[in-house]
Design a protein around this ligand. Structure first.
Ligand code: ATP
Ligand code: MN
Length: 467
């Protein structure tokens, strides 16, 4: 007898009946009666299960008992037309092997209705749930689509370092990297930590952004993007912040702020469209289980141009809202950074579409942003999305050597540590722009999940690095 190859469940469900097949996967549920058992089997290739029909006359009672929720099986049988399973085919089992038993009394996922909060406490097992299967498949599809988008445009994928000496960007608090013995830290004559004795001979940290190195790449090969882990010691326990997250940072030579905004809009629309085109089964599941407005909201951002509005105009809108009785937790006046509640008001209430905020006060933005002629604002841009708030932060970069150096001095930063970066402005400086998209913020939008801890397999947050 020729040996039968395993077919994944996603493929099985698309096949025509009348063939012998081999399926492998994990038991989701088992039900039935004395004569026949119905086993819902899932192998992660799709949100959908295949139904295994097991005639109890053909199998040992002992074997049937070992088929419990969570157990792994190998099933050989005939693919037949199904009447009741909700799918058009099912497997009439001829041979069943239990690959791995699963004690129903101890299996962490035994409860029928498990909250997302509970699942976070069993993050090593939660990947086996329908919810996390859907999230992981969408996450994978989005990662692929990101590479596809940039490769089709001729961008070069640049790998920027995770360990860095520069804390220049000031994008967030950093995690220090050291091999020093914390109980016996070498000190210099002044009593300060002597980093020359540390592994790199300097104080080093995990990166908060690949942008500065990204600019080196863009001013060499034209258009680059990074896509990698990013670390911020954010001590704020919000549903939108992780200590370790993934960021996509394109950086483009010869792009001004308008080119930058156009690319950001095209990019996120492409990703949302890709999810709608390729992940519909998972989206329908999440839409039904967690967020009734998900698919509609996704379709909603595609058809319309994003609303461009200056920071100054946005302050006026928010001040008017407050005058009209809208309550915010945090105050708003020209010069303050917006909170997520303000961003969401602009997007969800006022404009009812994604917003691109531009021209921020220079004092709330990073040193490298291009200065506007007014002397008080810079060419930053934040893309704001419904339900999320800020999803992208970016800017046209200051290409003028003098202006950049003056700004570095004004902020009391050390020019010495930034010489390598400033060289881009000394030798063949060009107008250029870029932005950072938080991968998990995007995933919040395309999965409908409400908490960023539920769109990354193993979240890292304050006091939590288990699994
Ligand atoms: P926020 O104000 O929301 O903290 P930010 O202004 O610090 O964001 P940027 O420094 O502009 O963010 O980083 C670019 C993008 O990275 C943000 O638009 C967001 O999508 C994402 N991002 C920033 N911090 C985090 C974090 N701690 N966890 C997850 N994503 C983040
Ligand atoms: Mn932040």
């Amino acid at each position: 007898m020729e040996s039968l190859k395993r077919t994944k469940i996603k493929a099985l469900l698309a096949m025509e009946p009348g063939v012998e097949v081999l399926a492998k996967g994990w038991v989701r549920t088992k039900r039935g009666n004395k004569q026949v058992k119905f086993i819902a089997l899932n192998d992660g290739s799709t949100i959908n299960n295949i139904q295994i029909v097991a005639n109890t006359e053909l199998f040992d009672e002992e074997l049937i008992k070992r088929i419990t929720t969570g157990a792994s099986l190998s099933v050989k049988g005939d693919l037949v037309e199904s009447v009741g399973s909700g799918q058009h085919v099912e497997i009439q089992a001829k041979e069943i092997e239990v690959l791995g038993e699963c004690d129903p009394m101890r299996f962490p996922l035994q409860k029928k209705d498990t909250t997302l909060e509970f699942l976070r406490s069993v993050a090593h097992m939660r990947l086996r749930t329908n919810t996390f299967g859907a999230v992981l498949r969408i996450r994978n599809a989005m990662a692929f689509a990101i590479h596809k988008f940039f490769n089709e445009k001729g961008f070069v994928y640049l790998h920027t370092p995770l360990i860095t000496e520069s804390d220049a960007e000031g994008a967030g608090d950093m995690f220090q990297v050291t091999t020093m013995d914390l109980k016996n830290i070498p000190l210099d004559k002044k009593g300060d930590v002597d980093f020359s004795k540390d592994f790199f001979g300097k104080k080093t940290s995990l990166t908060v952004s690949g942008q500065l190195e990204g600019e080196l790449g863009a001013t060499a090969v034209g258009e680059i993007y990074t896509f990698g882990p990013t670390f911020r010691a954010e001590n704020s326990n919000t549903p939108r912040h992780l200590a370790e997250f993934w960021m996509i940072e394109p950086e483009m030579a010869f792009y001004d702020i308008n080119d930058n905004m156009a690319l950001a809009e095209e990019f996120v629309k492409y990703l949302v469209q890709y999810a709608l085109d390729n992940c519909m089964d998972d989206l329908k599941f999440l839409n039904q289980k967690y967020d009734e407005g998900l698919i509609e909201r996704m379709q909603g951002v595609l058809g319309i141009p994003f609303q461009k509005v200056t920071y100054t105009e946005a302050v006026e809108i928010l001040e008017k809202a407050i005058a009209d009785g809208v309550k915010f937790e945090y105050p708003v006046h020209w010069g303050t950074d917006f909170q997520s509640e303000h961003e969401r008001y602009l997007v969800e209430k006022h404009f009812q579409k994604p917003v691109i905020l531009i021209d921020f006060p220079k004092d709330i933005k990073a040193f490298y942003m291009k200065q506007n002629p007014d002397g008080r604002t810079v060419r930053g841009m934040d893309v704001l999305f419904p339900k999320i708030g800020e999803i992208i932060g970016g800017s046209e970069r200051e290409a003028d050597l003098q202006k950049l150096e003056t700004r570095i001095d004004e902020l009391g930063m050390s020019r010495k540590n930034l010489e390598w970066y400033i060289d881009t402005r000394r030798y063949g400086s060009v107008p250029h722009s870029g932005f950072g998209l938080g991968f998990e913020r995007l995933l919040l939008f395309v999965t409908g999940m409400a908490n960023i801890r539920d769109v990354i397999p193993f979240p890292r947050t304050p006091k939590n690095a288990e699994f």
